[in-house]
Unconditional design. Structure first.
Lengths: 405, 125
């Protein structure tokens, strides 16, 4: 580990681990635990700054507005966007649904195809199925190869002049595969498609720079990056957000209203109707500050070491099948034990205080392609330790014994 | 361990034994009724095939793949409904399944043990 240990990548800042001393938490792809700094920032907001934002003339409202907008600034800087390009949402899912409902306002009528991949989470699949049905569009799926990576030759065939939208997961929540989003976007741009990245599993774990990737839109959730539940982010390029129709209408998003008509406010307010999750935004900003203090590159490095160690240890377990693209994968480890259902693995690991997820991980079409009903999935974050992995391996060996005796 | 070992209680040896050697697993050639039910939790499917004669279940088989809980529950339930009147089968509920299993079920796994009942009820619709 060497230098990495200088950073506070441990469990001490996380109250959940004080309250559950034996907990081995390996379900970070679902949600991450929260450091006390984030919990305190939310508490402090409610205790010292709580008021509704915008148009409050009094000092407290101005303070709340400042905190909210400062949070936007912190998020923007973190992914190399500008402040006006950040819209707060509830979650990744909400961000994608928002786009699925509004995107027709910026795509040319003659383009009628939506390109996704076979490894999308249901949240980046079902909203597009619905859009395709509403607008009579066609869905196309880039194939996943046997090594659990995307078939880029297939991508080149499927992305054409008819492609209106390319929406792709950056890191697969089921396999951990890191997709070559930059290359996919380049191909799509040449064909004039709008590009969307589901970054729910990448932003918390690696440097994501929207200018470098050059995507038109990118979505992620706060709770997967140490932030509170119920806050998410939609990034969009300024010139596109300006053209995009709002989805939620009401207070806070208008410039002028008469009984019959309304004019929209400028971006990003145009997309934030109703009272926003102000404390959520404040908590997310604090989470990002926490991440930046450690350094996202250091987090990436630590997770790589954890994953390398896990793969090394787990491969010797009897009758294990691993679904992982070793050369290009983030800290997500999907596997099955022969003749043991993933839910049985998860139930039994729970006895050893090991929390993993089991099932289809909201990627049913991918599971069907792999010919399985689901997998057991351990997913890491920087606060996990090598000891956590040892306990997982020990637990899996015990389960094997129980079933095979 | 800091809490009750619920799973340890669920996965007793007699349960695992039944999982390894399920009863009524397989197919009936010409069923009068058939239904497949999916567990939304995991996507597992259980298909139930029935032969109904004189308002009674004269034969039943199930197939599909699933976890220990759904397989064992299917075995026990199909044993129970053999020769039962349809009107009585329709009255079966969660309580009856838990009685059959004779183990406490972790709430997260209730859907798994109720899957065969849903499948049988679907076949009788």
């Amino acid at each position: 580990m060497g230098r990495l240990q200088e950073y506070k990548m441990n469990k001490e800042d996380f109250p959940i681990f004080q309250n559950h001393k034996d907990l081995v938490y390996l379900d970070n792809a679902s949600t991450t635990q929260k450091p006390k700094q984030v919990i305190n920032a939310i508490k402090e907001f409610y205790e010292t700054s709580n008021a509704n934002i915008h148009r409050g003339i009094y000092k407290l409202s101005q303070k709340a507005t400042e905190k909210y907008e400062n949070s936007r600034k912190i998020v923007a800087k973190f992914i190399n966007a500008s402040q006006k390009e950040i819209i707060f949402t509830k979650s990744t899912t909400e961000g994608i649904n928002f786009l699925a409902y509004t995107i027709n306002s910026i795509i040319p009528k003659e383009k009628d195809e939506i390109v996704l991949t076979e490894m999308e989470h249901h949240s980046n699949l079902v909203p597009w199925q619905q859009l395709a049905k509403r607008k009579n569009m066609k869905l196309k799926f880039i194939k996943v190869k046997d090594d659990f990576t995307l078939d880029m030759e297939d991508a080149k065939r499927k992305i054409t002049n008819k492609t209106a939208i390319l929406s792709v997961v950056h890191v697969s929540n089921s396999l951990g595969t890191i997709n070559p989003v930059k290359a996919l976007i380049k191909i799509s741009k040449e064909k004039g498609a709008i590009t969307i990245i589901d970054a729910a599993q990448s932003v918390p774990h690696m440097k994501v720079d929207v200018k470098n990737i050059d995507c038109d839109f990118l979505v992620f959730s706060g709770h997967k990056i140490l932030g509170p539940l119920g806050i998410g982010v939609l990034y969009g390029k300024k010139h596109l957000l300006e053209k995009l129709q709002p989805f939620n209408f009401g207070g806070g998003m208008i410039k002028k209203v008469s009984l019959e008509n309304a004019e929209w406010d400028s971006i990003p307010e145009k997309f934030e109707a109703g009272t926003q999750n102000i404390a959520g935004a404040v908590g997310l900003a604090e989470a990002i500050k926490y991440i930046e203090e450690i350094g996202i590159e250091n987090i990436e490095k630590k997770e790589k070491e954890l994953m390398k160690y896990a793969l090394e240890k787990i491969k010797d377990i009897k009758d294990i099948k691993i679904y992982n693209s070793e050369k290009n994968s983030a800290g997500i480890l999907s596997f099955n034990l022969k003749n043991i259902h993933p839910h049985d693995i998860a139930s039994l690991l729970d006895d050893y205080e090991i929390a993993i997820r089991a099932g289809h991980h909201c990627t049913m079409p991918l599971m069907e392609k792999l010919g399985i009903s689901g997998t057991a999935r351990a997913s890491f974050y920087f606060y996990n330790t090598f000891e956590d992995i040892d306990k997982l391996v020990e637990g899996l060996n015990k389960i094997n014994e129980k079933f095979n005796n | 361990m800091s809490h009750d070992n619920l799973s340890e209680k669920m996965y007793r040896e007699h349960i695992l034994e039944l999982y390894r050697n399920p009863s009524n697993f397989g197919e009936i050639k010409n069923p009068t009724h058939k239904h497949t039910e999916t567990n939304s939790l995991c996507g597992d499917e259980i298909t139930v095939q029935l032969i109904i004669e004189d308002e009674k279940i004269s034969d039943v088989k199930f197939n599909g793949s699933g976890c220990v809980m759904s397989m064992v529950s299917s075995s026990l339930l199909t044993d129970k409904i053999k020769n039962m009147k349809i009107t009585d089968v329709k009255k079966l509920d969660k309580k009856d399944i838990l009685e059959l299993l004779k183990i406490s079920i972790n709430p997260a796994r209730l859907k798994c043990v109720l899957l065969p009942l849903d499948s049988i009820k679907g076949a009788l619709k």
